[in-house]
Design a protein around this ligand. Structure first.
Ligand code: NAP
Length: 473
């Protein structure tokens, strides 16, 4: 059983006491009291004991000088003191009262090396090691090491640090870790990927996990949206980041199976390259030439689909456009344009494609029976104009991807860009008095909601997802 261990980092004993009370009511089952957070080490350690086990930790350059403080902590009721593997105090206190710890803030070593580190640590106490997780390969090394460590039956603590390590914290019970370190409040998190005590208690030992992979992943808002949907639906579930380089992407299926991840979103640049790694790709994803959602069934079989199409269809429906016979212009010839062209042509729309590189527009149009039109030959007359280029997105060109002259009161405009929500195209559309205009936020939320439903079988709370769009994970 993995205990939810609240990290108590306060600058006075009174503040530590208050934090312990808050953590207990949120579901803490153990405490790590960070003595190094105190402005001054107190004389009186009566704040330390509780009915739950306490680990006393004091990181300091002054190594030997900590001896008396640790002795006092143990005498005052701490169950363990945390002694680093390279400390001169290693071996000083009884093994049964020591957590012997090792940290690597840059990488996760190979499983055999993790096991070597644990063999060494276990000679001085309960072995604890925390490794920075960079991606799927590191997650698999931690998993392989955990399988061996569990066989001994002896207690150990194994943590993957960083945003990519979050899944090791959520699956701490599967890994077999004695404790999972949690923050009392989000703002107190001492490491990225550390969840709160309340969230750990909400999730329990066996939550549903869903994920997103891509590279890089820092700017994705999907975790905020999906975690809000989990909370709103009352499902014990957590959506985590698994950043993956192209080289490590082939390891993703094994990570999904080992960590019992029910499904994953796939984003740039892996939407195409993930396809051969899957057991099956559904027709809509084949047609769009991209997978943005993977469903893992209980036997570990991976099915790829594309919910961007559901996002596009929902947005078009919101604009009150019936695709059959609608005249639609798509600007762009990349992945998002392809998804739009494939679903609109399938629904019977007359689609034109324009693009900076016209050759790509011609190839895309030819595949779906659409028409390629160079920008300088575009004329008014479209029921719907879709921007599927990054023009207008923050950090990209602020050009308007179509001539302003084709924006008329009979036209609706759908700009897939969602940051910012008001783009130069949408501003120009407003000036021209177009019938309706929307940014890509609704599409983003609709595709996320469709993925959520695929994984959980429950309709996502779109309002909760929308509210969380700009919030924290
Ligand atoms: P992609 O595959 O890289 O394709 C980009 C396309 O945009 C290419 O056709 C490219 O033209 C064109 N382009 C790039 N920069 C341009 C510029 N400055 N001016 C005019 N055209 C330009 O990207 P994608 O995945 O299709 O995504 C395209 C856009 O859709 C992005 O802004 C993305 O954020 C947005 N999107 C939104 C959602 C949503 O849920 N709202 C979902 C998916 C994508 P060349 O062929 O000449 O390079």
């Amino acid at each position: 059983m993995t205990l939810i261990c609240a990290v108590i980092a306060a600058d006075t004993p009174a503040a530590a006491e208050a934090m312990k009370v808050e953590a207990l009511s949120a579901g803490a089952e153990a405490f790590e009291v960070r003595l190094d957070a105190f402005a001054e080490i107190p004389d009186d350690f009566s704040f330390l004991p509780t009915e739950k086990p306490v680990i006393a930790t004091l990181r300091s350059e002054l190594d030997e000088e900590r001896r008396e403080i640790f002795a006092k902590a143990l005498a005052s009721g701490a169950a363990y003191v945390d002694i680093e593997s390279d400390s001169v105090l290693r071996g000083v206190f009884p093994k049964s009262q020591v957590i012997c710890s090792y940290h690597d803030f840059t990488k996760t070593p190979a499983a055999w090396d993790i096991l070597r580190i644990f063999r060494d640590l276990s000679s001085s106490g309960v072995p604890k090691a925390a490794f920075m997780v960079r991606g799927p390969a590191d997650l698999l090394e931690i998993w392989k090491a955990a399988v061996v460590l569990k066989q001994s039956g002896d207690p150990f603590i194994l943590i993957g640090m960083g945003a990519a390590g979050e899944v090791t914290r959520i699956r701490a019970a599967d890994i077999g870790s004695m404790v999972s370190y949690c923050a009392v409040r989000p703002e107190f998190a001492s490491a990225p990927g550390q969840i709160t005590v309340a969230e750990a208690a909400r999730l329990g030992d066996d939550p549903i996990i869903t994920a997103i992979t891509g590279w890089p992943l820092e700017h994705t808002r999907s975790p905020q949206m999906h975690n809000a949907a989990f909370r709103a639906s009352g499902i014990r579930g957590r959506y985590v980041r698994i950043p993956s380089t192209a080289e490590e992407l082939p390891l993703l299926p094994e990570v999904l199976r080992c960590y019992r991840i029910r499904g994953a979103n796939v984003t740039i640049p892996h939407k195409q390259t993930v396809m051969p790694l899957l057991s099956e790709v559904l027709p809509e994803a084949k047609s769009a030439g991209a997978v943005n959602t993977i469903l893992v069934d209980p036997s570990g079989r991976l099915t790829g689909t594309n919910t961007d199409i559901a996002g596009i269809s929902a947005t078009i429906a919101d604009l009150r456009i019936t695709p059959s016979n609608a005249r639609v212009l798509v600007a762009g010839a990349g992945g998002a344009a392809r998804a739009a062209v494939s679903c609109l042509t399938a629904a019977g729309a007359a689609v034109s494609v324009t693009n900076r590189t016209m050759e790509k527009a011609r190839t895309l149009a030819a595949e779906f029976g659409a028409t390629a039109v160079p920008r300088d030959e575009l004329c008014a007359g479209y029921d719907l104009i879709i921007n599927a280029t990054p023009a207008g997105m923050s950090g990209f060109s602020q050009d308007i991807p179509v001539p302003v002259s084709i924006l008329t009161p009979d036209t609706a405009v759908f700009d897939m860009v969602y940051e910012p929500e008001m783009t130069p195209l949408l501003a120009a559309a407003g000036d021209a008095g177009v019938r309706a205009a929307v940014c890509g936020k609704a599409m983003l939320i609709a595709q996320a909601a469709a993925s959520f439903t695929l994984w959980t079988g429950i309709e996502a709370d779109a309002a909760a997802m929308t509210a969380a769009f700009g919030g924290s994970p």
